[in-house]
Ligand binder design. Structure first.
Ligand code: NDP
Length: 451
């Protein structure tokens, strides 16, 4: 019988890798993890967590302004980026240590180095071969920017978190999660912000009404250039000139490319094994996250199914439970709730109206747009939107969408109800909490005319 140095060798100590390591070790496996960059991966270091901290920081701008309508008065309000960045860095260091500690306290061996696969059951670290019965690739993804004249001047989301001063004028390229979140953050922190997106409404893939609504809301604080792309960037000293397809020019001190992320499979030694990639460079896996090389598994952004931290956590957990406790429960990708932390926030669970129709489901649609109570006194020109997609036959709520402050906090609870198969009648028989924005979900009675 073959003997190996480890039962499981994990490459990458991000969300999926750390979760898989911890679960495997807790089930009695001998586990090692290699991490060459930072503990906690994208989410902790250059993603969800620092982004949310910056988003909180940006929200204060609105809060201070809104407070005047409630009687507050103040002078000399000032924002200090260096202070926010320093505090963010301290918090990220604390989280790095927590992640490392999770591994250590579970007796997972840590290699702070780059690991390359050198065979179906072997990785090579600093010239030393280590064997493992199973290998898990959880190396994540990396920002990608298209090439055009001057694209070397484009920064990415990674750079934003290392930035020591706040530019006066920023251009953001893209219309996905990262683009709208960063554009919101920087515009609220006082940068003159332009968003350039090739589509006609932001956030492709979201419900069309949500896309129209958030595009209109964000245009109140941003310079939006839709159906546009960058042709060329020229730079002189600290100023860049961004030439757009239409011929117009935008000047700025920084261009952030938020044009997607690619799986980080380069130089991983995949040519030494039978692991296959899809056309977009993601590692191909079956329903059990097993690659075409039976001893090698992959989870998280590197398989590019749903690039969200909670999904990577779930995938990592499923692999370790399957390998070391025989639990073969598959991951259900249906009804994964998600939030976009633009201003106002968006949160959604289940199907969009278009997805439901495309799936041949006959639906009733309930939608409401309104000014939240808070803004009757704040005077802020910000509206909210709620939308429900209901299966005509079964009365089940198939999709729930919200554009409003703290939308993610609100929708997480509704996601449980929808996962449990809640019907519109269940929503209607639920007593609302008054006065809240979320009560709108249980008081919607009028169907959209087309449905
Ligand atoms: P997305 O795929 O969400 O968006 C990429 C954007 O770039 C799209 O608007 C796309 O346009 C545009 N684009 C792509 N190629 C080009 C090009 N050649 N020229 C011009 N524009 C281009 O990627 P992100 O980088 O924003 O985020 C990556 C993933 O990370 C997300 O999909 C999400 O899963 C995750 N994420 C989640 C967050 C959250 O949960 N809050 C926050 C941040 C990221 P088009 O729409 O036309 O294709």
């Amino acid at each position: 019988m073959d003997t190996f140095d480890y039962d499981l060798f994990v490459i990458g100590a991000g969300s999926g890798g750390v979760r898989a390591s911890r679960i495997a070790a807790s089930l009695g496996a001998k586990v090692a993890v290699a991490e060459e960059r930072y503990f906690g991966g994208t989410c902790v270091n250059v993603g969800c967590v620092p982004k949310k901290l910056y988003s909180y920081g940006a929200h204060f701008f609105d809060d201070f302004e809104d407070s005047r309508g409630f009687g507050w008065q103040y002078d000399n309000l000032r924002f200090d980026w260096a202070n926010l960045k320093a505090n963010k860095d301290i918090e990220i260091k604390r989280l790095n240590a927590i992640y490392e500690n999770i591994l250590e306290s579970n007796d997972v061996d840590i290699f702070e180095a780059r690991a390359r696969i050198s065979g179906p059951n072997q990785v090579c670290i600093d010239g030393k071969d280590i064997t493992a019965k199973h290998i898990l690739i959880a190396v994540g993804g990396w920002p990608w920017v298209p090439e055009f004249p001057g694209s070397e001047f484009v920064s990415t989301s990674n750079d934003v978190f290392a930035m020591d001063s706040l530019p006066e004028e920023i251009v953001v390229l893209g219309g996905g999660y990262i683009a709208v979140e960063f554009a919101s953050i920087f515009s609220k922190l006082g940068c003159k912000t332009s968003l350039i997106y090739r589509g006609d409404q932001l956030l492709r893939g979201f419900d069309d009404d949500v896309r129209r609504f958030i595009t209109a809301e964000m245009s109140k604080s941003l310079d939006l250039h839709l159906q546009e792309d960058i042709v060329e960037i020229t730079k002189e000293n600290n100023t860049m000139s961004v030439l757009l397809e239409s011929g117009s020019k935008v000047s700025c001190n920084m261009v952030i490319g938020a044009t997607g992320r690619v799986p980080l499979t380069d130089d991983l030694g995949l040519d030494t094994v039978a692991v296959k990639l899809s056309t977009n460079g993601a590692i191909k896996v079956n329903d059990h996250f097993q690659t075409d090389e039976p001893s090698i598994y992959a989870v998280g952004d590197v398989i590019d199914r749903v690039a969200l931290t909670p999904v990577a956590l779930a995938e990592g957990q499923i692999v370790s439970r399957a390998l070391f406790s025989g639990d073969t429960t598959a991951l259900d990708y249906k009804n994964i709730a998600t939030a976009v932390f633009c201003h106002p926030n968006i949160a959604t669970v289940g199907l969009s109206e278009q997805d439901a129709i495309a799936a041949g489901i006959e639906v009733h649609v309930y939608e409401s747009q309104f000014t939240p109570l808070k803004h009757t006194l704040s005077g802020r020109d910000e509206r909210s939107m709620v939308k429900l997609i209901v299966d005509r036959q079964s009365d089940k709520v198939l999709g729930l969408h919200l554009v409003a402050a703290d939308a993610g906090e609100i929708v997480q609870g509704f996601a449980v109800a929808i996962n449990c198969g809640a019907t519109k009648a269940d929503f209607d028989s639920t007593i609302g909490i008054h006065p809240t924005l979320a009560e709108e979900f249980v008081t919607m009675r009028t169907k959209k005319e087309s449905s």
